[in-house]
Ligand binder design. Structure first.
Ligand SMILES: Cc1ncc(COP(=O)(O)O)c(C=O)c1O
Length: 406
């Protein structure tokens, strides 16, 4: 059990007022707020440790490099990856997926090949594959979902019979909260020879993730959803696979030697994929964020959010005409809903003056909105710092907003 009051005291932004009311921040799935430990780690780095990494013989550069590489090791430990070289810093999950599409994809995807995604993917795990498929003359196949927001097992098996080269699927849906059994799906996809990329944007902030147990070829997540800074994310890839892939972006940091006469040779992992000066303070902040999560207890965070989600569903379920989108039995605390005859955007707009920050719209999952035939949902998503009282405020706010709009 975590202590929400103690947790909240570590998040300065939560003592802000918004529109004259206490801020009720229920938009964790879009971006998490940051604990003091993360803010201070970045500040400390900028105040006392900043120099460019890897290139300097001077002590400050070496200290900055040590802090930067220590953060990489923290990520390795957090994901239980076998090797530190398997952790590639990226600008975020979107950047990580594009890296795989451009490096692995342009090497291995050819005309007529099949790439499998699912109906519930975030646009970040759709568009890079659409772009690649268009360029290479490949085909995108989509695993469909049940009304509950669960993937249709039989449809997945149909798609596997097409011998896909790649299966790209999310671990947890940002809109529905559905938790996919990525370990089993990875195994089944790999049995037909596919590589598997798992989008862990909504799993790493809420549950323990063991990339060796899942055994996917790639796993990606974003720092800013895991209590860390923006502009930093991670691509995990199996070492042998990453070693076999060509670099994507060229420039400094990723080379071994550069010569006009003899051409360029590339650095080894992980630097081969990290051209240019990285987001050093971001990486350090992310390492501290993951340590912070471990300190609180990753399971305790997930359990707490599930309690909030259950309470939210119970209270919101009483609002007339309200329908939940995403009712899988295996889901995280995130709560998405629509209300008959009321546009989601209008509910969000009326909640804002009450200090309540929820997200409304398609949540970068337009194909999912097409399936449910809705323009969007209202989504409340929770982090370690949210409380049952905030859920009460949300439910009362939604009730009031709906009354005003009818
Ligand atoms: C499931 C999922 N995948 C990918 C992304 C993209 O993350 P980013 O914008 O940090 O690259 C998000 C962000 O909302 C997400 O929720």
């Amino acid at each position: 059990m975590l202590n929400p009051a103690h947790i909240r005291s570590q998040f300065p932004i939560l003592s802000r007022e918004m529109n004259g009311r206490p801020l009720v921040y229920l938009d964790h799935a879009a971006s998490a707020q940051k604990p003091v430990a993360v803010i201070e780690a970045q500040r400390e780095y900028l105040m006392h440790l900043h120099a460019n990494v890897h290139r300097g013989v001077h002590s400050l550069s070496q200290q900055a490099t040590d802090a930067f590489e220590k953060a990489r090791e923290t990520v390795r430990r957090h994901l239980n990856a076998a090797f530190t070289e398997e952790i590639i810093w990226t600008a975020g999950a979107t950047d990580a997926i594009n890296l795989v599409a451009q490096s692995w994809g342009r090497t291995h995807i050819n005309a007529g090949d099949v790439i499998v995604v699912t109906r519930m993917e975030h646009h970040a795990n759709i568009v890079p594959w659409q772009m690649l498929a268009e360029e290479r003359g490949a085909r995108l196949e989509v695993v469909e979902i049940h009304e509950t927001g669960d993937l249709i097992e039989a449809d997945f098996q149909v798609k596997l019979k097409m011998n896909p080269k790649l299966v790209a699927l999310l671990h947890v849906s940002n809109t529905l909260g559905t938790i996919n059994d990525v370990k089993r799906w990875t195994r089944e996809a790999q049995e037909v020879g596919a590589k598997v990329l798992v989008d862990g944007c909504q799993s790493v902030p809420h549950m323990d993730v063991d990339v060796q147990a899942i055994a996917s070829d790639f796993y990606v997540f974003s720092g800013h959803k895991t209590y860390g800074p923006t502009g930093i994310g991670v691509l995990y890839g199996k070492k042998e696979l990453l070693e076999s892939m060509p670099p994507w972006r060229g420039g400094g940091e990723m080379i071994d030697t550069v010569s006009f006469e003899k051409g360029t040779t590339y650095a080894g992992l992980p630097h081969k994929f990290e051209a240019g000066t990285p987001h050093i303070s971001g990486a350090i902040g992310l390492g501290v964020a993951l340590d912070w999560m471990r300190g609180v207890g990753v399971k305790a965070i997930g359990d707490h959010e599930n309690t909030l989600g259950a309470q939210a569903r119970q209270l919101l379920g009483k609002v007339e005409g309200l329908r939940f989108i995403g009712t899988s039995e295996d889901k995280t605390g995130v709560v998405s809903f629509v209300v008959d005859g009321v546009h989601p955007y209008d509910i969000g707009t009326l909640l804002d003056p009450m200090g309540i920050a929820v997200r409304t719209g398609h949540h970068c999952t337009q194909p999912l909105m097409d399936f449910y035939d809705i323009p969007g949902t209202v989504r409340a998503s929770f982090g370690a710092y949210n409380t049952l009282q905030e859920v009460d405020v949300l439910a009362a706010g939604v009730e009031r907003a709906v009354r005003m709009l009818r």
